[in-house]
Design a protein around this ligand. Structure first.
Ligand SMILES: [Zn+2]
Length: 156
């Protein structure tokens, strides 16, 4: 009886935490190094404590001024391209869900933030955006299929 109660409490806490995390993903995002992410061919997945899974976008939210001037604005990643495979646990990257493709961007030099944008429209990575052809070119469809795609990617 006691253990059942504990288990129920635990599951409830996991659910509360999971819905908080989802809110955060849709709001400011979660630093990639603090997120439980898996990068697959069909998406980048965020794993919740209650075992739910969501697709996320991944992009570099903090960028060096010099890099910003040479390479320009960061791109937004959706699946296993070279960039996302390399940076899915990098602290300057954010896991986030922003259907309007407008993002926070901080530009810094020598660890001092020089400038930031709150609603910067960013482009999808060309390699990653190809995947949308399997989802009617629609981000909503792409995100909606998180669970089945996670299964297909990892045979979970
Ligand atoms: Zn990409």
């Amino acid at each position: 009886m006691f253990f059942e109660k504990m288990l129920q409490l635990h599951q409830k806490e996991d659910c509360n935490l999971s819905s908080k995390l989802l809110e955060t993903l849709k709001d400011g995002g979660i630093k990639a190094n603090f997120a439980d992410l898996r990068v697959g061919e069909r998406g980048i997945y965020f794993l919740f404590p209650n075992k739910e899974v969501s697709k996320v976008m991944l992009y570099q939210a903090q960028i060096q001024e010099s890099l910003f001037h040479t390479r320009g604005e960061p791109l937004v990643h959706l699946c296993a391209c070279e960039e996302s495979k390399k940076n899915f646990n990098h602290r300057d990257f954010l896991a986030i869900i922003k259907m309007d493709l407008r993002f926070f961007l901080g530009i810094h030099s020598h660890k001092i933030q020089r400038k930031f944008f709150n609603d910067k429209p960013l482009k999808l990575c060309p390699q990653c955006s190809q995947i949308l052809s399997h989802y009617q070119e629609d981000l909503k469809v792409f995100f909606y299929r998180a669970k089945e795609d996670y299964y297909l990617d990892f045979n979970a």
